[in-house]
Design a protein around this ligand. Structure first.
Ligand code: FE
Length: 347
């Protein structure tokens, strides 16, 4: 994730004061609040939360930190935790939070209908509200159409010295590795990570956007990135970033097999939430069409229901097959993935 922010309280006190005035039947009374523990790090969230407050009168107070820290904090705080909602960008962490008894189920038609059935907790403990795929980007002028098709290809000898990927300590790569473990088994997944590490054009450094830019500059021919980082570069206000991104072509891996590995922004109501109704309203807001459109164009994540028409960049990329099989086991296979990745030499 790159950085950790400590407690950030959204100082929406002005909005709260306005909520005292009679703004209409739907606006909650003064002092209504929802406390959110979030691992997200995207500017669009401030806009989302302001819109939520505007519509409901409920103030959103956010604590930002990495998911593992938030989970530890929920455990330590127990019943006295102020958190009502947990948000992570990793289904594996949500699966773990449920397993550790940190969440409570929410039944809501809006959530069941508004999120993809294969990417939500079967019992309503958490719901995915935005999707990102971990894809391969290739230098359009150096890599032919169809030359690389699967994650497995990244480890093949013909790509020696031609691959870029960020550090294996990134939760994005750990989740990808977990999907490789589920799909291939431990032995073959380890061999894959070794092959990938051997193919790197340089030791891992920087985030996904840095790999894309370095590829575009000719340092390597293919790289791994989350789709939204590519979308952010393609829509950047900086012409140099746009030019770099335009040199790259997106490949959704494993389309002829299990599908492309995805992860999700997901939200669940905490076990000891004091504002359960507000928390539910917040989750339902996140899958509303207004919020989904803001998300698709703000963070460039795919909307929950993969409605690519909400964003012109996504529309250009088209739809793709999602690997839902390994997704369901992500939490289970993550510890194994971390152990294997450490053994593989992928720094
Ligand atoms: Fe990110």
């Amino acid at each position: 994730m790159g950085f950790i922010r400590n407690i950030i309280i959204n100082a929406l006190s002005i909005v709260t004061v306005l909520a005292l005035a009679p703004l209409g039947g739907e606006v909650a009374g003064a002092g209504e609040v929802v406390h959110v523990y979030s691992h997200r790090h995207y500017g669009v969230d401030e806009k989302l939360n302001a819109l939520f407050t505007e519509k409901t009168g409920i103030e959103v107070k956010v604590v930002n930190a990495e998911a593992d820290q938030l989970i530890e904090r929920l455990k330590a705080e127990g019943e006295s935790s102020p958190a009502d909602v947990l948000i992570t960008v990793d289904a594996g962490r949500m699966q773990r939070a449920r397993k550790e008894g940190l969440l409570q189920p929410v039944q809501s038609e809006a959530l069941t209908r508004g999120t993809p059935p294969l990417l939500q907790d079967a019992d309503g403990y958490w719901y995915a509200y935005a999707i990102r795929a971990r894809v391969v980007l290739v230098a359009a002028d150096r890599v032919k159409e169809g030359e690389i098709q699967d994650y497995e290809d990244l480890a093949k000898p013909e790509w020696r010295g031609r691959v870029l990927v960020r550090s294996s300590s990134s939760s994005y790569n750990q989740a990808l590795m977990a999907s490789m473990v589920t799909a291939l088994g431990e032995e073959r997944a380890l061999a894959w990570a070794r092959g990938l590490a051997a193919n790197l054009a340089r030791p891992p450094q920087g985030g996904d956007r840095d790999q894309i830019k370095a590829c575009a500059a000719g340092l390597a021919d293919v790289c791994v990135s989350n789709t939204y980082y590519f979308g952010l570069l393609l829509n950047s206000t900086d012409p140099a970033e746009r030019a770099a991104a335009e040199k790259m072509r997106l490949v959704f891996p494993n389309q002829n097999g299990r599908g492309t590995h995805v992860n999700v922004s997901a939200a669940g109501v905490t076990k000891h939430a004091r504002n359960v109704a507000n928390a539910k309203t917040y989750l339902e807001f996140l899958v509303s069409s207004e919020a989904q459109k803001l998300l698709a164009n703000g963070s460039q994540e795919f909307p929950a229901l993969m409605d690519v028409t909400l964003n012109p960049t996504h529309e250009k990329w088209g739809t793709f097959k999602i690997d839902t099989e390994t997704f369901r086991k992500m939490g289970e296979d993550q510890p194994k993935a971390v152990r294997l990745i450490d053994a593989s030499g992928w720094k």
